[in-house]
Design a protein around this ligand. Sequence first.
Ligand code: PMP
Ligand code: GLN
Length: 430
Amino acid sequence: PQRVQQFLEPSVWLEFSPLSSLCDAINLGQGFPDWKPPKFVTEAASKATSDPSWSQYARSSGLPSLVSSISKTYAPLLQRTIDPFKEVCVTVGASEAIFLACQSLVEPGDEVIFVEPAFDIYFGAVIYAGATPKFVSLQPKETGRPIVSASDLQLDYHQLREVLSERSRLLVLNTPHNPTGKVFQREELENIAKVLQDFPRCFVLCDEVYQHLVYDDEVHVPMATIDNMWERTISVYSAGKTFSVTGWKIGWAIGPAHLIRPMMLSQQWIVFSTCTPLQQAVAASLEQANQPFENEPTYYAWLKKYYQRKRDYFYQALIDAGLHPVKPQGSFFIMIDISEMMKRGNIRNEMPPIVREWWNQGKLDIDATTQEAVDYNFCRWQAVEKGVTAIPSSAFYSRQHRHLGSRYVRFSFCKEDSVLEQAKERLLKK
Ligand code: PMP
Ligand code: GLN
């Protein structure tokens, strides 16, 4: 089918994790924690997988124990009671929640708006639904000045208003934001909500998978808590990020019944249900997470501190290595500006010969259209020459806008301290 044609090129993930292994590089590309998940989480999984009562299909839109834990856990965050059986849908990771929302709420020909740069999986969800993607971009607050913090980036509300129309069906937001680490402030969300008042047909999908990873004095504000927005917002979360179990692929969507019910009905025809024992393990983990953990009042408080230390360390490491990081307010990503570095003679904008050779030998999957992309070639060079893998940020732009992202590359710092230290050593080497 025509809609699939543009996905027949490998995604950025298919190139850079294998490339990292081939170069024996430190993989700070794809974002996944490299530490053991907390013991209470893995013990809950062992218990559930060895108990035959959790071995068969679950209720299609979520195991009762899990939707109940979700409704209890999220009521304070979303500032309302949540009906576990009508307002929650458990999915195969946050990724499937996004796919389901598009399949269930969007008509072919409808328009879906993204904020670029955007997590690349959104593009697929929209195209597979037969919808047309439209874009607004995060831009520097002050043009001409280099961005030093993710807070220097903002949405252009005029551009948003211009892109919205009666065909707009869904606006996809993401806070804390992948790849920039921006945390949308309450006022920014209120401004977006204000613009949306004139477009009553448009819902919001707010991807909040990094809800717990906010730094310094930042606070995560869910879009659903902004005045009048609950009724038109689907909030999406991921156990993978919260409990450092990205391979479990358990996520959930929360929203008003009129938006969640179509997702529940579609779920029956797509995957029917998600992994029962792991749903039970996540239910038990959510129950446990509000208890004291490692001398912190809750697991979440510990998680935030744990990541804050890593953010602080790696941000400083990048500065020490003479790079130009953009300080993230949240998430486990950090971008660097490579524009100065690309002027140096030893970094050339071409695919390193060894990478081309691996590609020719079929050891690597590469999207052929990225051969000329500056940030892709920087990341290839950095993996080969420095032994550290990052992700080119133009991968987070639609094809027609890829040039807008070529100035930055993204590191993930969800790695053990020793790995971050080793990455620093390698980056420091001239
Ligand atoms: N949204 C964002 C912003 C992400 O970075 C990720 C991580 N892959 C996801 C959604 C998908 O989450 P999951 O692994 O739970 O599908
Ligand atoms: N969210 C992660 C990232 O952006 C993982 C991406 C993926 O697995 N597709 O790095």
